[in-house]
Every structure is written in structure tokens, then in C-alpha cells.
Design a protein around this ligand. Structure first.
Ligand SMILES: *[C@@H]1O[C@H](CO)[C@@H](O)[C@H](O)[C@H]1NC(C)=O
Ligand SMILES: *[C@@H]1O[C@H](CO)[C@@H](O)[C@H](O)[C@H]1NC(C)=O
Ligand SMILES: *[C@@H]1O[C@H](CO)[C@@H](O)[C@H](O)[C@H]1NC(C)=O
Length: 264
């Protein structure tokens, strides 16, 4: 349904652009916040510098405020690269980082470009586990504006594009994800883990779970084995104790011995 509406609006917009009907165009631009006129068109030479300045490094502390910065009715779109270093991307994200940088430099010169963001799962592991995201992927987030009438916000579609680190996804593919709206070919994320609309987010559980998963991931596998064996031993000794209690007096010593053994 949402997809259909978006396609409808964008096709309307294409029509408006073709017919140069400026009123319709302006209305659509305001409605979608899609083409923004406040962004100057820099020269190609200056593009790289501008692009560098406009990529927002998202972290566990700023992601919510950054992605929810707009409190008016105009929507905002974000193109976000989820990347990592040796730990989370096996050291293979470098060429993708370079291609994303070029993508930003190209798109930054176009009117109505999205906001650009980057999440590095090596340096912000908590954010990646909160978002249930791992490199190398691109996210396209179409954040709706706030309804003036009741201060509510429509659901936030998130489109995920997997990137290829073996044969680095070409710049054109990344550019088209926004420019040709190839993101619309994908089904938006629809799960309990959705960072804005999912059940976990609605109950404010996604950050705590993100931290929990992160701390779990810090436990080395031998630690995990110790923990599991500690828990199962504990459970077994408890069961043995409750059996001891229910066993008649005559047999108690044998059962007590078994319980003691299982707590070792
Ligand atoms: C990543 O690993 C490579 C080799 O495996 C090493 O040369 C490089 O210094 C590492 N980078 C970081 C940031 O640790
Ligand atoms: C991409 O741009 C960022 C600055 O936004 C820079 O820190 C990084 O080194 C660049 N990466 C590549 C591979 O060019
Ligand atoms: C990435 O590229 C390699 C080499 O072309 C290919 O074998 C592989 O299937 C691609 N992976 C994905 C996820 O597209």
C-alpha cells in the first residue's frame, strides 16, 4: 500500500517535471520533501569536499536524534552505508567505502539528495546490534514528517541493499539506489526488530537488547561454555535437591550424595 502510494507520487512528479506545471511541482515537492531547493549546486571540483562534510557518522548516542531531527511535516530521506573494518567486515569493506564516498560526491551535487550517513560496526558495535545490521549493506530510510494535526508520524520504511565486498558493488548501483529509486524494488523491512516501528522499538527495548547482544558477543566461546555448564549444573543440583526433599527418610543419604556430586 505504502509502496503504491510512493510510486503514485513519484510518477506524478515525473509527469509534473515533464509538463513544467510549476504549481503541481511545487506542491509535490513540498509534499514529499523530495527536491530541496535550499541546497546549492556545487561545482564538480568542490563536490568531494562537500560530500565529506555531509556524511554523518551515526553512533549509539546520536542516531535517534539525527534520524528524527525533523520535527516538521517535511519528510527526510537517508542513504546510510553500514560498514566495518577487520572485526565486522573481515577487512574487505575498503573498496565499498571508496565507492560510497564517490556515490556521496556524485549525489551531493544533485538537488533533493538524501542525507548521508555511515555506521561503522567496528567502532559502533552497540548500534549495529541495536539495528540488527551488519556490513556490508546500504540502508535507505524514508522518514515521514510529523503530522501537524496530532503530532503523529507515519511508519518509516527502511530498504536494505546488500553490497558485494568480493566484487565491490559499483558506484552506479549505489547512485541508482537513490537516483533511480531502485530501493522501491525492495520490500521494506517489516519485523519486530524494525528500529522505529518494530515491537521492540515501541516498548523501548531495542537499545537494551542491542547492549545485551553486544555484551554477549564480548564473551569468548570458552566463557560461554563455562556459563552454560554453570547454569545447567545449577539447574541439575536444584532438581536433585527437590528430589531429596520428596524422597522418604530411609533413602535420603544416597540422594543427598547425588545432589552433592552434581554441584561440583
Ligand atoms: C587489519 O588487518 C590487516 C591484516 O590482516 C592489518 O594490516 C591492518 O593493520 C588491520 N587494520 C586494523 C585497523 O587493525
Ligand atoms: C571516505 O570518506 C571518509 C570521510 O567521510 C574518509 O574518512 C574515508 O577515509 C574515505 N574512505 C575511502 C576509502 O575513501
Ligand atoms: C559477489 O561477487 C562475486 C564475484 O562476481 C560473486 O561470485 C558473488 O555471487 C557475489 N555475491 C553477491 C551476494 O552478489
Amino acid at each position: 500500500m505504502r509502496l503504491a502510494i510512493t510510486i503514485f507520487f513519484t510518477s506524478l512528479m515525473a509527469n509534473a517535471a515533464a509538463t513544467e506545471d510549476s504549481t503541481l511541482k511545487r506542491w509535490l515537492q513540498q509534499g514529499l520533501g523530495f527536491l530541496s531547493s535550499e541546497i546549492p549546486s556545487p561545482s564538480q571540483a568542490g563536490a568531494a569536499a562537500i560530500a565529506k562534510a555531509t556524511v554523518t557518522e551515526l553512533t549509539p548516542t546520536n542516531w535517534q536524534s539525527e534520524l528524527r531531527a525533523r520535527t516538521d511535516e517535511s519528510p527526510s530521506n537517508w542513504l546510510i552505508q553500514i560498514t566495518g573494518g577487520n572485526k565486522t567486515c573481515g577487512g574487505r569493506c575498503g573498496p565499498l567505502d571508496a565507492n560510497f564516498n564517490k556515490t556521496v560526491a556524485l549525489l551531493a551535487t544533485t538537488p533533493g539528495h538524501p542525507h548521508f550517513g555511515r555506521i561503522n560496526c567496528d567502532t559502533s558495535p552497540v548500534l549495529c546490534s541495536t539495528l540488527f545490521a551488519g556490513p556490508p549493506v546500504l540502508w535507505y530510510i524514508a522518514i515521514p514528517g510529523i503530522q501537524a494535526a496530532d503530532q503523529s508520524r507515519a511508519p518509516t520504511p527502511i530498504y536494505v541493499k546488500g553490497l558485494n565486498a568480493t566484487e565491490p558493488t559499483p558506484v552506479q548501483d549505489m547512485v541508482d539506489f537513490h537516483a533511480k529509486q531502485t530501493y522501491l524494488e525492495r520490500k521494506p523491512v517489516d519485523s519486530v526488530m524494525h528500529p522505529f516501528d518494530g515491537v521492540l522499538a515501541r516498548y523501548g527495548l531495542n537499545m537494551p537488547i542491542g547492549y545485551g547482544l553486544y555484551y554477549l558477543s564480548l564473551i569468548p566461546s570458552w566463557g560461554m561454555m563455562l556459563l552454560v555448564s554453570f547454569i545447567t549444573r545449577n539447574m541439575m543440583s536444584r532438581r536433585a535437591q527437590s528430589q531429596t526433599r520428596s524422597i522418604p527418610h530411609g533413602q535420603a543419604p544416597a540422594a543427598g550424595g547425588a545432589a552433592k556430586k552434581s554441584t561440583l
